[in-house]
Design a protein around this ligand. Structure first.
Ligand code: HEM
Length: 412
């Protein structure tokens, strides 16, 4: 019987949060499943096993939560992310109603108008900070309006959401520092994001209306409201920022996109594949199970390393190359199966509209300064200042011959 390779690699040091890719490569080389001795966790670093686990919720259960720390996991049991069918199915169907692909038509005009205005203003200035001035705009304005939360919550939302993500790993200093904000957020959900205080036509109010109709238990509503906030902000903000950084570093790919806008959906997939904002979630085995010929006991917690699977050389040739003609629609950055990201159509819409508007106006991005996010559940940049070389929309081919041709900016 093959034994399971063990690694004492620490995915939660500051260095590993900034750049986990060396550790991921080592884990992939060790085998299809690796025991992470520091956290009593089995990691799946390769594409095939992560995908198979995502598609098999009966064996790889979310009901005992999907984070790392046992105390945090116990507190989250029963929320949408941390439940199995049939409980999960009822919550997800209510939660997902306004996020269905066919509902995106309703929000598209507003998202397009906002994106147009913001991109025009920023490009006119010649340089801007991508995270706070570009990427945060759509999630923080349009999405917050749609959820319909009280105004005073807006200023706190990013801090609250990032704090929850910080509790996704072990109970370390980062998680401890996040706890006051997590508690404030939970109190807000229970006391302030309730009927009478929220927009009666917003997504949050619709949850309570569904509870009144008996579709979901009413006590699930506060945590389901968090499902519209916690996973929708930083993830999308990081994805937008990562895409801009990748295009700054790969100007040939930007030229391709500007010439052929039908590549935008593929560019979104490729940037999510290469720089996955959510590098992992976990599952618990409901029964003894073999992975890659190795038996694992029921009750084992298994980390699904999306960020590693998306760079698995067994699945994606030359995986570290950013290539928007690759068309990697099968990437795992949104997960797969029962829990596949319920907000992915909205996220794709936000990223796609911004790329489209940038492509109309920007010939080149040059990175002037960047800083990574250091968070136990997220990966990407928290600051990215770029200078842009503007080209009129009517002359996209100028991008290929512009004075800054080849400017890639510093590598991250
Ligand atoms: C680029 C942006 C985004 C990324 C990378 C992302 C990533 C993910 C991933 C990997 C999962 C799977 C979790 C699992 O398998 O355990 C997930 C689930 C989820 N996402 Fe997203 N997400 C994004 C945007 C959004 C947005 C905009 C929303 C809401 C408006 C959202 C709401 C959710 C919710 C509620 C779930 C849980 C679904 C379930 O358990 O059935 N996400 N997301």
């Amino acid at each position: 019987m093959p034994t399971i390779p063990t690694s004492d690699a620490d995915l939660y040091t500051e260095q590993a949060r900034i750049n986990p890719y060396q550790i991921y490569a080592e884990l992939r080389d060790l085998g299809p499943v690796v025991y992470l001795s520091r956290y009593d966790l089995y990691a799946l670093p390769r594409y095939d096993e992560v995908r198979a686990a995502l598609m098999d919720w009966r064996t790889f259960s979310s009901a005992r939560s999907v984070f790392v720390d046992p105390v945090m996991n116990a507190q989250l049991e029963g929320i949408t992310l941390c439940s199995d069918p049939p409980e999960h199915t009822a919550m997800r169907s209510v939660l997902g109603r306004p996020l269905r692909q066919d509902r995106m038509r309703e929000v598209t005009p507003r998202i397009e108008a906002e994106a147009d205005r913001v991109v025009a203003e920023l490009v006119e200035r010649g340089r801007f900070e991508v995270v706070s001035e570009l990427a945060e705009h759509l999630p923080m304005t349009v999405v917050s309006d749609l959820v319909g939360l009280p105004d005073h919550a807006r200023a706190k939302m990013l801090e609250w959401a990032a704090a929850i993500w910080d509790t996704q790993g072990p109970a370390d200093d980062r998680a401890a520092a996040a706890m006051p904000a997590v508690e404030e957020f939970l109190a807000f959900a229970a006391n302030d994001a309730v009927p009478g205080k929220i927009d009666p036509d917003g997504w949050a109010a619709h949850l309570y209306q569904a509870a009144d109709r008996g579709e979901i238990p009413r006590d699930k509503c506060p945590m389901m409201m968090l499902d519209y906030v916690t996973p929708s902000l930083d993830t999308t903000i990081l994805a937008i920022t990562n895409a801009v950084a990748l295009f700054a570093e790969n100007p040939d790919q930007w030229d391709l996109l500007r010439k052929d806008r039908s590549l935008i959906p593929h560019a979104i997939n490729e940037s999510l594949r290469l720089e996955s904002p959510v590098p992992q979630f976990s599952r618990v085995l409901t029964e003894d199970h073999e992975i890659g010929g190795t038996p694992l006991a029921a009750g084992s917690r298994v980390a699904l390393l999306f960020g590693s699977a998306n760079r698995d050389e067994r699945h994606y040739p030359d995986p570290t190359r950013f290539d928007i003609t690759r068309r990697p629609a099968d990437h795992l950055a949104f997960g797969r199966g029962e829990h596949v990201c319920v907000g992915m159509h909205l996220a794709r819409l936000e990223i796609g509209v911004l790329l489209e508007r940038l492509a109309d106006r920007v010939a080149r991005f040059e990175i002037e300064e960047s800083r990574p996010v250091i968070n136990n559940g997220l990966r990407g940049l928290e600051y990215l200042r770029v200078a842009v070389d503007a080209t009129p929309a009517s002359d996209p081919n100028a991008a290929a011959t512009g004075a800054t041709d080849g400017a890639a900016g510093p590598t991250r």
